[in-house]
Design a protein around this ligand. Structure first.
Ligand SMILES: Nc1ncnc2c1ncn2[C@@H]1O[C@H](COP(=O)(O)OP(=O)(O)O)[C@@H](O)[C@H]1O
Ligand SMILES: Cc1ncc(COP(=O)(O)O)c(N)n1
Length: 274
């Protein structure tokens, strides 16, 4: 049976992030992608020009349509925008057995708000207890904990605080951390105390629109296919690294990543430190 994946996120008209990045990634990884739209953005590689959030009832309606027909093998959340959307979605996910990957999307690379300030608490209260994996970038992790991250020690302390909020695994994504380093390093912390560090060469490029969405979608797809957690994390890192390394030169601003690359280009070596 084809694994079924689900993304609950916002639409990016420019096709590089949000629902579009997720579905492209799900498809490349040979899973059957389904989607629940929370908001529609007018967006391109320059930034977000407008945001239109959908009514909570209609978001729940979409989710019910999927839940009443499909056996979803893994799902992710992306842009959830408001506290009321988070509450409605979380309620609907309460009895889900499949892995839930929460990408706590807050601010687009161009600075547009994708999560209202007062929604941060709702996310912590309602969604984090349901999360299998949480994938914050550094600014998101700082906002969620109210702590500053400057050193590796800070990364670990913040991750511990996030683990206490409910998720089983915290992926502290390194795209924004120590940009002077030659590597893009993700530090991963597990509830049982295990740690995993995944490092890949940092690519000098401005085409990083949708990296977080694409990464969490790849992780969702690999988990849907039944890979054990650590293998899924390693393959997701390979997927995003290939996508960033082979930019498509699309648009005039911060371009999208290449969702084809994992399947069409040589695989990069990810350094694994356990
Ligand atoms: N320039 C880069 N070169 C290689 N990998 C990168 C680069 N920027 C981000 N990554 C990787 O992409 C993934 C998404 O990270 P990040 O950019 O921090 O997330 P977000 O898009 O949510 O801000 C992580 O695995 C990170 O290490
Ligand atoms: C609809 C939508 N969802 C999420 C993002 C975040 O994108 P990025 O991965 O570049 O931070 C975005 N720009 N638009």
């Amino acid at each position: 049976m084809l694994p079924i994946t689900l993304t609950i996120a916002g639409s990016d008209s420019g096709g590089g992030a949000g629902i579009q990045a997720d579905l492209k990634t799900f498809q490349e990884l040979k899973t059957f992608g389904t989607s629940v739209l929370t908001a529609v953005t007018a967006q391109n590689t320059y930034g977000v020009q407008a945001v239109y959030a959908l009514p909570e009832d209609f978001i729940v309606e979409q989710l019910q349509s999927i839940q009443s027909d499909f056996n979803v093998n893994a799902l992710k959340t992306g842009m959830l925008f408001s506290a009321s959307i988070i509450e409605a979605v979380s309620k609907q996910l309460e009895n889900v057995q499949a892995p839930i990957i929460v990408d706590p999307v807050m601010i687009a690379k161009g600075g547009a708000t994708l999560l209202q300030q007062e929604a941060v608490d709702a996310m912590i209260t309602h969604l984090f207890p349901l999360a299998t994996v949480l994938t914050p970038n550094i600014p998101e992790a700082e906002t969620l904990t109210g702590m500053k991250i400057q050193t590796y020690d800070d990364v670990e302390q913040v991750a511990k605080k996030l683990l206490a909020m409910g998720p089983e695994v915290i992926v502290m994504k390194g795209g924004h951390f120590a940009p002077e380093q030659q590597a893009a390093i993700d530090h991963i912390f597990f509830k049982n105390g295990d740690k995993l560090t995944l490092s890949a060469p940092r690519v000098q490029t401005k085409d990083t629109h949708g990296t977080g969405c694409t990464y969490s979608a790849a992780l969702t797809a690999f988990l849907a296919k039944g890979l054990p957690m650590k293998e899924a994390l390693i393959e997701a890192k390979r997927f995003i690294h290939a996508a960033i390394s082979h930019g498509l030169g699309i648009g005039h601003g911060h371009g999208p990543t290449n969702h084809f690359a994992y399947n069409t280009k040589a695989k990069v070596e990810v350094e694994i430190i356990e």
